[in-house]
Write a protein that binds this ligand. Structure first.
Ligand SMILES: [Fe+2]
Length: 475
């Protein structure tokens, strides 16, 4: 039951000094529909027919506790493309927790790193019990015709193609399915694999959802400690867990410290989990942390993982005096019991993507945003980017589009219909102009990123920096 009629029309009424709630990280309030968006440069390729959907943390009410990118309400911004024209729609993900806060007229829940008990009378019978709201704000995907807004080990919320919230997704079962923000589709079977870690138990649950959208199997993988695992890799034969020592510690909360603790003395562990149910293989290495994996695949008996390496866990992909996160390639050899790890490129990055049609295979190209020196000197909030890079993981060669003072986000790959080459397609990303205070959807040629956008589509309102998105083609 929604507490307020749709759509919401009012601007966000509060401001915050948190850098990840300011500038282009500040949330927006209005839920808009805009037909026929102006194309301010270039042309929209006529062959593109579908929608680019992107989710991100967009708290409607001033948060009681906020840590980027772990808290917030989901808001999906969609640009539909057809016949060279574009239309826009954005909607909050109407989670049970957001409805509780809409009824209360203020924030009710704490954040992941600052959970707070919630008064039962505020929650009501149909609300999210808390203490942390299931925000469904990190990613948005399509599987088996279901559009799913995803949070972190929380119920997925199903949306209509018009972005209205249907409710918690049950995948053919009687209960909501708790799953993470990042999921991987098996290249042969089409099964969708998902994980959900526990913040209290040393375990991560693995789900296999078939290509028809039915949950077929769930099983638990034992860990050394309750660990934050934001993403994973999938090869044709294994689910690959890269477990850094970011550990949930309820005792620390009782002492007034963060729920999530960095324990480098525990090291990192690479888990190869056979998809056929066989015993897991674990390999140990020095401590590091992974938010995002670009791709994983098997070659010559070893598992290769292309990922962004953080020397330690810091919320918000923090920049600062320590080495910035960079693209690495890890090779785990289960027979030799070795882990080799080398940088692929030396630029600051996060949010790496590939042509997902090559997922679980030896994909060559990674597309990722970076921050060039022109903006880096200004020391903007972490997860601010102003350039896109195509990296050849075999040679290390790069092609870069530098957007100057415009802020860019994660690039999503759009395969060219009928394309055969790995880089035969487009990249889509939202761009923000801090001078004009307006946002565009940029379309780039994935093979020629350095040539700059082939289309810039002006949006009817600012689109906040956000997190992950995907292209959903229409037949
Ligand atoms: Fe993510």
């Amino acid at each position: 039951m929604s507490a307020q009629p749709l759509p919401l029309t009012e601007e966000i009424a509060w401001i915050s000094s948190d850098p990840h709630l300011s500038g282009n990280f500040a949330p927006v309030g209005p839920e808009l529909d805009a037909p026929d968006l102006p194309v301010v440069s270039g042309r929209i390729p006529l062959e593109l027919r579908g929608a680019y959907l992107r989710n991100g943390p967009n708290p409607l009410f001033q948060p009681l506790s906020f840590t980027y990118p772990m808290d917030g309400d989901g808001m999906v911004h969609a640009v539909h493309l057809q016949d060279g024209r574009a239309r826009y729609r954005n909607r909050f993900v109407r989670t049970r927790g957001l409805d509780v806060e809409l009824r209360a007229g203020h924030a009710v829940y704490g954040g992941l790193l600052g959970p707070r008990p919630v008064a039962p009378e505020l929650v009501g019978t149909d609300g999210d019990p808390g203490p942390v709201k299931s925000g469904a704000f990190i990613n948005v995907i399509e599987h088996a015709g279901h559009i799913l807004a995803l949070g972190e080990s929380q119920p997925a919320y199903e949306l209509t193609p018009d972005l209205d919230t249907i409710g918690e997704w049950k995948a053919g079962t009687g209960l909501p399915v708790e799953m993470g923000a990042h999921n991987r589709r098996h290249p042969v079977t089409g099964d969708l694999f998902a994980i959900a870690y526990s913040v209290f138990e040393p375990v991560v649950r693995v789900h296999r959802i078939d290509e028809g959208g039915a949950l077929r199997r769930s099983f638990d993988v034992a860990l050394g400690a309750p660990s934050m695992i934001h993403d994973f890799g999938l090869t044709a034969r294994h689910l690959v867990l890269v477990v850094g020592p970011a550990v949930f510690d309820a005792g620390a909360v009782a002492e007034g410290r963060s729920f999530l603790q960095w324990r480098p003395e525990l090291g990192a562990r690479i888990g190869l989990i056979p998809l056929d149910g066989g015993p897991a293989t674990w390999l140990e290495t020095d401590a590091f942390f992974v938010f995002h994996i670009a791709n994983a695949f098997e070659r010559d008996g070893a598992v290769t993982v292309d990922y962004v390496r953080h020397d330690s866990f810091r919320p918000g992909y923090a920049t600062g005096p320590r080495r910035p996160p960079t693209l690495h390639r890890l090779v785990a050899d289960p027979l030799g019991r070795t882990v080799r790890d080398n940088p692929v490129a030396d630029f600051l990055t996060e949010f790496p993507r590939i042509n997902e049609a090559r997922s679980a295979m030896p994909a060559r190209f990674v597309y990722a945003p970076t921050l060039t020196a022109s903006l880096r000197d200004a020391n903007p909030p972490s997860a601010t980017f102003n350039a896109l890079v195509r990296v050849d993981t075999e040679t290390g060669a790069t092609r870069t589009y530098d957007a100057g003072d415009h802020i860019l986000g994660e690039p999503a790959f759009i395969p060219r219909p009928g394309g055969t080459r790995e880089d035969d397609g487009y990249l889509a990303t939202y761009s923000f102009d801090p001078v004009e205070c307006c946002s565009d959807l940029l379309i780039l040629d994935a093979a020629r990123v350095d040539a700059g956008p082939i289309a810039a589509i002006r949006l009817p309102q600012r689109v906040p920096q956000g997190l992950h998105g995907n292209w959903i083609p229409r037949p």
